[in-house]
Structures are given as C-alpha cells and as structure tokens.
Design a protein around this ligand. Structure first.
Ligand code: HEM
Length: 509
C-alpha cells in the first residue's frame, strides 16, 4: 500500500518517519535519570556517554575514568550515565561502592552480562546468576584456599624453570625482548596446566596449539568490542536474533580437551595436583554438605565451563599485570634495584629456594604488585545488576530492580584526592602505614564482596613467582622499539597495552 504515487517519496517519508521515531525513542530513554531524580551526565545519540569507547577511540575503562572525574568534580557521590539507551548507575563514593558490592550485596548479586544459554560452556561463575551462582561459588570456593595453592605450587615451579631458560636464551641473542608475549606464554603454561591438567609448553613453542588457542580467545577487534557492548545493552533483541559472543571453535576445542583429560584420568586412575582434579572430584563425589549449596555433583558441562573460565579470567589478567609491573620497574631503576635486593634477602631466608613460603615472605614484592594493579588494573571496571529495588541510605533515591551498576576501578585508583600524583609509580603507597590511612575500597583490582575474584590468590602467586624469577637475576630497561607513552588497546576486554612492550634484559651478578 503506497502513501503517494511516487515510490521514491514513499521511501523518503518512511525513512524520515523512522528517524523521527528513533530520535524520540532516544530522547525519551535519555530522560530516565531525570525521572528518577538522579543527577546525570548529558548523553549523545546514539552511543550515550560511551561514544569514544564504542567508536574504538579509547578503552572503555578510560572513558569511565573520565566520567568518574567529572562526577567527582561536580561533587556528586553518584550519578547516571547511558550506554546506547541503557541507564547505568555510577557510584563514586567509596561507602556507596562498599554498600553495593558487600554490605547490601543481596540487592546486587548478579553481573549484567549477556548470556546465550543456547551456546555451550556458558554455565560458569562469571556468568551465572542468583542461586545458580551461589551454589557453584560455594562448591568451588574450597578449590582456591591457600592450602590448595600450596599444593599447585609444583606446577608453577616447573613453569618458572622454563621461564628462566627462555630468558637465558633471549639474553644470549642480545636483542630486545617482547616481554608481553613471553609472559603470555608463561601464564598460558601455568593456568593451562592447572585448569586443563595438561602440559602446555608455550614458552618453548609460541605457536603451540595452546598458545594459539589463548591468542584466539583474546583476539579482539573494534567489531567484536562493539558487539560485546551491543548484546549487553540489548539482550532481548540479541537473544531473539540468537547472537553469540562466544566462539564455537574455542568451545569445541575446550570440550574435546576436557573430555579427553577426564576420560584419561578416570580410566588410568591418574591424579594430579591441579584445578582439573578438584573439578573432577566435584563431578564424581557430591561436594561436602557443610557448604551453602545444593549438594549436587558437577555435570561434565559445568566442569568444562569452569576450566574455560579459570583460563579465560586468569591468563590475560595475570600476564598483563606482570607486563605492566616489569615496564614500570624498567622505567624506575631505583625501585627495581630495591626490589632485587629484597627478593635476594627474602630468598636467602629460605635457603635461596623459590617456594610458596619464600615468595610470600617478600613484602616489597607485594607492594610493587599492588601499585602496578593500582596504576593499571587489568579489570578496569566492576559491573553489577540491581536484582531488588535499593534505597540509597540516608537519601530519598531508589535504584530500580533491573538497573545496571558500573564502578570505575581505574577512576578510583587514579583519584588524586586518594593518591596524590596518581600517575606516578610509587610502591611505598602500599606500606602498612600508608595503606591504613586510606579507605578499604580505595584499592579494588580484584573486586570486592562475595562476588570478588575467586582466583586472586592464584593470580598474585603466579605473578610473584614470575617476577621473582626474572628480577632476581636480570636488570630490565625499556628498549626504544617500545611506543611510549603506552596506550591501552581500545578493543581489548582487559586493560592491556596496545602493541608490544620491548625490554632489554642483562644478567646481573
Ligand atoms: C591478576 C590477576 C587477576 C585479576 C586482576 C582479576 C580480577 C578480577 C575481577 C576484578 C573480577 C570481578 C570481581 C567483582 O566483580 O567484584 C574477577 C572475577 C573472577 N575471576 Fe579474577 N582476576 C585475576 C586472576 C584470576 C585467576 C587466576 C582466576 C582463576 C584461576 C580468576 C577467576 C575469576 C573468576 C572465576 C571470577 C568470577 C567470580 C564470581 O563471579 O564469583 N581470576 N577477577
């Protein structure tokens, strides 16, 4: 049915009508925070307040940091922003952050993450919601105790030996070292080995199938990052279209690998000190009744899903942490020298052996890592979903069920009111005395509350082992091939360096 006799003018009329309706929809959606009585930053059509990040001009963490600064500058304890048309509640006050992630956690149990249940390997800790998450977290928590970390230390020790061998080899070549790649291989080996229960050997062969798998998993482009934001903003529409952000080839690779490993171990009665074994135990024996869970054993899909998420959540975060730490140490030779001295003294107290106890006994090492995590937190923002209406204490404002919450970790970590001269690398900020003078939530690289990072101990331990192994015998400086100042890769999920980080390494007596 035509409106006029000319097809062209009909099409133009339709297009204009559609555009007017779309603009009205955006304008109406952008009134949400006003209607709630919550202050907000003016959004733009169509990307809301995330224009630069969605257009691939900068990492979303950097945009959120700017939003944090703007709100703080206006004296707001919280405010509203939009991603496309989706409202996001944005707290800047650390007490309110504490309420959201810890004190009033029952209102914010879930993450606002898009999950397409039709895809395999989606039932993992990062994704799950409500009671399904609670059950699984409770079953898995015993897997991450310090006792279990100690047990897995032998795997780290082996990978540490391979790292030293690789660095010796690189040093002989007398050429700059692509440290990001070497550390990615190191964490691929450790997490791969512990999560999937197989020897990865990525340090010996950078094109090994596992390193290729790791690269594929974190391959990102402007398109994939746009798709990630889009599906989270319009989940119903994305489900209707059966959109997936998970890659089928990765899922197939993991399912086959886990299936083979489980069958091999069960057939040969073979056990190993790793996460995979703990997951197999949870599959074969109902977990202990003492935990707050349903007592049901894990299914095979749950085993494979957790192995995948341990690898995904642990490998790039940890290698990024170590890359930034080594880069900052290379820029700050005095700090590097002090760290080397304290590492050597610490090891000397333990017969010069790199052990679970000896690496924990080097306090300055923890300070260096804490400062690196402050300056460059691999997870630059935390995300929660309000699952029950929440009245902000002492205010006449309610956050409605279904509202997404964003906490800018990068913003908090670079707040000049909390950390004077915030861009400076200064590990003494984390001396006991200085730490005590700050709010507990001023440093949250692993999140906080019941839904914090379950792998924190493991991530820190492997970073400590890697740094001890490298700094103890080598001096690092930045090679001129490194593009400075460093820029964060805009399309990456983790806050990672764009391009390579080239360092010179020389052996020190
Ligand atoms: C330096 C290394 C790491 C950093 C900076 C890091 C950071 C984080 C952050 C910020 C979160 C979200 C917390 C929140 O929402 O409050 C998280 C969650 C998580 N991380 Fe890590 N992580 C690291 C290493 C690891 C490792 C090694 C593993 C596993 C072996 C791991 C497994 C997980 C899992 C499963 C979750 C989801 C927890 C849940 O929802 O219950 N992470 N991580």
């Amino acid at each position: 049915m035509f409106i006029t006799t000319s097809l062209t003018s009909d099409l133009v009329t339709l297009a204009v009508t559609f555009l007017v309706i779309l603009i009205c929809y955006f304008k109406w959606s952008f009134q949400y925070w006003k209607r709630c009585g919550i202050p907000y930053l003016e959004p733009e059509i169509p990307f809301g307040n995330l224009s630069n990040a969605i257009r691939g001009k900068e990492h979303s963490g950097v945009t959120f940091k700017r939003i944090y600064n703007e709100m703080k500058h206006k004296g707001w304890k919280y405010g509203g922003i939009y991603i496309f048309t989706k409202p996001q509640f944005f707290p800047t006050d650390l007490e309110l952050v504490r309420n959201v992630v810890t004190k009033d956690f029952q209102h914010f149990v879930d993450r606002d993450i898009f999950v397409n249940e039709k895809q395999p390997l989606q039932a993992h800790l990062l994704n799950l919601k409500g009671d399904k998450w609670r059950n699984l977290r409770s079953k898995l928590s015993p897997t991450f105790t310090s006792g279990k970390m100690k047990m897995m230390f032998s795997v780290m020790e082996e990978c540490q030996n391979d790292l030293q061998k690789r660095l010796d080899k690189e040093c002989l070549k007398n050429e700059p070292i692509d440290i990001k790649e070497i550390l990615a291989c190191f964490t691929t080996n450790i997490i791969g080995s512990c999560a999937f229960g197989l020897e990865f050997k990525a340090l010996e062969d950078e094109d090994s199938s596992f390193r290729v798998f790791g690269r594929k998993m974190f391959q990102s482009s402007k398109w994939s990052s746009f798709k990630r934001v889009f599906v989270t903003t319009f989940p119903k529409f994305s489900k209707l279209l059966n959109v997936s952000i998970a890659r089928k080839d990765i899922a197939d690779f993991v399912i086959n690998m886990v299936d083979d490993t489980v069958k091999y171990r069960e057939k040969n009665n073979y056990t190993r000190n790793d996460f995979m074994q703990l997951l197999i135990n949870l599959k074969n024996n109902a977990p202990s009744i003492s935990g707050d869970h349903d007592g049901k054993p894990l299914t095979m899909d749950e085993v494979a899903s957790q192995a995948l998420v341990f690898f995904a959540a642990g490998f790039e975060t940890s290698s990024t942490l170590m890359t930034f730490a080594l880069y900052e140490l290379s820029k700050n030779q005095e700090i590097q020298d002090r760290l080397r001295k304290e590492i050597r003294q610490g090891l000397a107290r333990h017969d010069n052996a790199i052990t679970y106890d000896s690496v924990q006994d080097i306090k300055y090492l923890s300070q260096v890592l804490d400062e690196s995590l402050r300056l460059h937190p691999p997870a630059s923002a935390l995300n929660r979903l309000c699952v029950k209406d929440y009245k902000i204490p002492n205010e006449d404002v309610v956050i409605k069920k279904g509202t997404s919450v964003l906490i800018s970790v990068l913003g908090i970590h670079h707040d000049k009111d909390i950390y004077p001269d915030p861009d400076k690398f200064e590990p003494d900020r984390f001396s006991d005395e200085n730490r005590k003078s700050r709010h507990n939530y001023a440093h949250i690289p692993f999140g906080e509350g019941p839904r914090n990072c379950i792998g924190m101990r493991f991530g820190l331990l492997q970073a400590k082992v890697g740094l001890v192994s490298l700094i103890k015998d080598y001096r690092f400086t930045v090679n001129k091939k490194t593009k400075e100042p460093l820029v964060y890769k805009s399309s990456s999920i983790v806050l990672a360096v764009d391009g390579e980080v080239w360092l010179n390494a020389e052996k020190v007596a």
